[in-house]
Design a protein around this ligand. Structure first.
Ligand code: GLN
Length: 479
């Protein structure tokens, strides 16, 4: 089955004439159609993708194909594709169609990637389990009784179940890295500003970042190289040159200084996750990396700071769904105020409403200073912790999640427990730094464990290099 290959391997087969984009795509479409119970996709573009694959085959024949020729990609349904629905996993946008392409979508298309469909997600990207989608939960293909993580559960499962080579997700507080760790794939959150957010429906604008899921670090690096870069339509996208990420792969880790935050290895970390992460550390040490204990003294405020600031930003971003301008409108309303109230009450799910209320509260007169302003100051302290840490080390290693994938319903009724599952991921978003999760072994139930690497701003090369090295040591074990 071609769906078991990485993009790197597939591309070699396509370029050598052993297969075609159309055949590769057909295998993926078949697999998508036969795994509908996973609920990974909200829409699939059968005909359009086939037509596109044939066009790319012609380009390959004439030697004019782009870098991603033959790559089948899933797109999280929070990213705009012209003429296609963009539901954000919400009833309120159930029938809303995008008017234009996100910059990342154009970037993929320009390099001849084949966009196969839009993937399921927690409503407006709020959640850690993809149980908050208005269109039903996504199942973890490793164990279907368990969540795939969230909020980009559909994109992650598209890759984990072999329904696409790669997929785009978004990461506001861990939504790429945490599902990647739950499903055993690679998930990369780039530096804030590395990738344009134009055409990404905003959740929390100072945190959101788009990034890839892939089977290998190399494939993730390939996608990043295509989607990264300055975009004049997103004023927060950085004018930092995009390196050729592939040149940092297949290297050793001699002399790389790796920091282990003492706080991340304290109580609350599952023993089996800990022992797998420790194996990765031993492997790096044996390969000549220098391992140091470091401190991130403000990390105990990570979750509270994140959930104050992200809800504040989300409540303001979601104010635009008022029944008038986009999507769902409650027909029974008799006046403007009741149209707003009814449309929002019926259009949004419970978690979205909870966050809108929390965010409105922390921004309201009288509480603004005590919560929002204070959290802004603490965010700066958390950022400073990283600046200090990176004065001593090249990258930071820790678990992606304190546990492996949990069962459906286990945390759904206890928001605090759900929020705590983001304990290791939110700091990268608070600090705007890049992070990657790679699979590193399994627990005794066979559930994947993720190891997370964090880097300095725009230093994706170092985390890709170390992640790629760790990945190669696992392959050695399998064979
Ligand atoms: N789980 C986090 C939250 O619910 C992260 C969400 C995200 O990264 N989009 O806020």
């Amino acid at each position: 089955m071609q769906t078991e290959l990485t993009f790197d391997e597939t591309q070699k087969n396509i370029l050598s004439g052993a297969t075609t984009c159309e055949k590769v795509l057909d295998d993926y479409l078949q697999k998508i159609d036969s795994t509908k119970q996973l609920n990974a996709f909200l829409s699939v573009f059968h005909e359009e993708a086939r037509e596109h694959a044939r066009r790319v085959d012609r380009k390959i024949a004439s030697g004019t194909a782009g870098k991603l020729a033959g790559m089948v990609v899933g797109i999280k349904d929070v990213l705009c594709m012209k003429g296609k629905k963009v539901t954000c996993g919400s009833r309120i946008l159930e029938n809303f169609e995008s008017l234009y392409n996100a910059t990342v979508v154009d970037a993929l298309l320009n390099e001849d990637a084949i966009l196969v469909g839009k993937t399921n997600m927690d409503e407006f990207a709020m959640g850690s389990s993809t149980e908050n989608s208005a269109f039903g939960p996504v199942l973890n293909p490793v164990d279907k009784t368990r969540v795939p993580g969230g909020s980009s559960g559909g994109s992650c499962v598209a890759v984990a179940a072999g329904l696409s080579h790669t997929a785009l997700g978004t990461d506001t507080g861990g939504s790429i890295r945490q599902p990647a760790s739950f499903c055993g794939v690679v998930g990369l959150k780039p530096t804030y500003g590395r990738v344009s957010r134009y055409g990404l429906v905003a959740l929390s604008s100072s945190f959101d970042q788009i990034g890839p899921f892939a089977h290998t670090v190399r494939d993730a690096a390939t996608v990043l190289g295509v989607i990264a870069g300055h975009d004049e339509r997103d004023s927060t996208s950085a004018e930092v040159p995009v390196p050729d990420y592939a040149q940092f792969l297949s290297k050793d880790v001699k002399g790389v200084n790796v920091g282990l935050p003492v706080e991340a290895f304290a109580d609350g970390l599952n023993d089996e996750v800990r022992s797998n992460v420790e194996k990765a550390i031993d492997v790096l040490r044996a390969a000549g990396a220098s391992i140091y204990d470091i401190h991130l003294p403000h990390s105990r405020y990570n979750i509270s700071t994140y959930y104050i600031l992200m809800t504040a930003e989300a409540s303001s971003n979601l104010a635009r769904y008022d029944g008038a301008r986009y999507g769902f409108r409650e027909d029974e309303a008799r006046d403007l105020a009741s149209m707003y109230t009814k449309s929002r009450s019926e259009g949004f799910g419970a978690e979205t409403k909870r966050r809108i209320m929390l965010g409105t509260y922390v921004l309201s007169a009288g509480y603004h200073e005590a919560y929002y302003k204070k959290a802004q100051r603490v965010r700066r302290l958390i950022q400073n912790d990283f600046v200090q840490a990176f004065a001593e080390v090249d990258c930071i290693l820790m678990p992606t999640s304190p546990t492996t994938a949990f069962s459906f319903g286990e945390k759904a009724h206890d928001p605090l427990q759900m929020y705590l599952s983001d304990i290791y991921t939110v700091s990268a978003n608070l600090a705007g730094i890049p992070g990657i999760s790679i699979p590193y072994g399994t627990d005794t139930k066979g559930l994947p464990v993720g190891v997370q690497l964090l880097g300095k701003q725009f230093d994706e090369p170092t985390i890709l290099r170390v992640a790629d090295f760790l990945e190669s040591t696992l392959k050695g074990q399998e064979s």
